[in-house]
Design a protein around this ligand. Sequence first.
Ligand SMILES: Cc1cc2nc3c(=O)[nH]c(=O)nc-3n(C[C@H](O)[C@H](O)[C@H](O)COP(=O)(O)O)c2cc1C
Length: 191
Amino acid sequence: MKKSIGAETIIYPTPVLVVGTYNAEGEPNVMTAAWGGICCSSPPCVAIALRKATYTYGNIVQQGAFTINIPSEKHARCADYFGIVSGKRVDKFDVSGLTPVKSALVNAPYIEEFPFALECKLIHQIEIGLHTQFIGEILDIKAEEGVLDEKGKLDIEKVRPIFYAPGANTYYRMGEFLGEAFSIGQEVKKN
Ligand SMILES: Cc1cc2nc3c(=O)[nH]c(=O)nc-3n(C[C@H](O)[C@H](O)[C@H](O)COP(=O)(O)O)c2cc1C
């Protein structure tokens, strides 16, 4: 029998997304967001939920654009840093030593050193409560060649993404291959 543990904001796995934006002066900033994920296939869209208190919130409202940068295991410390310091006070690119690259498609920077980035145009803004959900249309993905397979598709084994465990406040690396999607469920079907 299950036990009630209260209304907590916990699902597993939760992504570690690093949101890239420009301020009104064109200065780049990055923040970490775990409250997000893909929310539509066509048009391809991603949703992130931010508090108004973040610097990134105002940047997205002003610019109507953002990037989502996916960190590898080796970027875990930088990703955590981007989530504990505000761009209101600190130039996080300068401190981390990472490089902002201006997207050619939207007015937002992506991180050169991270394996791949989604370039997003803001298309919806939904007030929920403490958080506002921003929905961005994904106009393109820029990926390092080293994380692509022979067909030019992203290879998760090469990206080595990390995951956040809300509640415990810990990070994990990816696990082992389990099976093919839209396939292993066939074994459960009754003939
Ligand atoms: C793992 C992790 C996940 C986070 N997820 C979110 C989130 O989904 N939404 C949010 O508003 N803040 C989130 N934060 C906190 C922001 O990243 C933090 O307030 C940051 O300093 C905001 O940066 P900015 O002021 O430069 O925009 C998260 C922090 C960490 C470490």
